[in-house]
Design a protein around this ligand. Structure first.
Ligand code: AMP
Length: 176
């Protein structure tokens, strides 16, 4: 399933640090048919009406914006803290060492807005879980998340599903 897309994703070993197999979607983005297929297949998996597609910085923005167009939805940006110009709300999350913070504009979504969360890849799910908490804090209704790539051994998709979300991914890679 989606082997055509998997073949377009390049793996760079030991980036950004030793032991990480970096799943590089720039090669998928360069391929016109691959890019169109990702958007079509993600759109086909959307369950119910969506008001906004939320993308996580930075690669999530690309897929969120492209998917928002056929869904006739808007695109909401979830950024690293300190990058958005307006008043923001933020959410902290744990990293392997230390912690990080993501933010969104406080007025980006109306109460009850139906938001689909999108990123390029889910690993431990820490980033996506923080994004869901942030969106819900802003009043959004979040019931579904989509990722181009799943790293199932790291358990992130499982974690979000256990939290009641519908999670769809197109391609999965074993290991880290
Ligand atoms: P996590 O919070 O552990 O689910 O990490 C997800 C975020 O880290 C996503 O925004 C990914 O773009 C990035 N990421 C994590 N692991 C990888 C990897 N092996 N290759 C490419 N990106 C990754």
């Amino acid at each position: 399933m989606n082997d055509d897309l998997k073949a377009l994703i390049r793996t760079i070993p030991d980036f950004p640090k030793p032991g990480i197999q970096f799943r590089d979607i720039t090669t998928l983005l360069l391929d016109p048919r691959g890019l169109a297929a990702v958007v079509e297949r993600m759109a086909a998996l959307v369950d119910g009406p969506v008001d906004l597609v939320a993308g996580i910085e930075a690669r999530g923005f690309l897929f969120a914006a492209a998917l928002a167009v056929p869904l006739s939805a808007g695109c909401l940006l979830i950024r690293k803290d300190g990058k958005l110009p307006g008043a923001t709300i933020a959410e902290d999350y744990a990293l392997e060492y230390g912690q990080d913070r993501i933010a969104m504009h406080a007025d980006a979504c109306a109460p009850g807005a139906r938001v689909l969360l999108v990123d390029d890849l889910i690993a431990t799910g820490g980033t996506a879980a923080a994004a869901v908490r942030l969106l819900r804090k802003a009043g959004a209704t979040v019931t579904q998340a989509q990722f181009v790539i799943d790293l199932p051994d790291l358990g992130g998709a499982h974690r979000l599903r256990a939290d009641g979300l519908r999670v769809d991914t197109l391609v999965s890679f074993e290991g880290h």
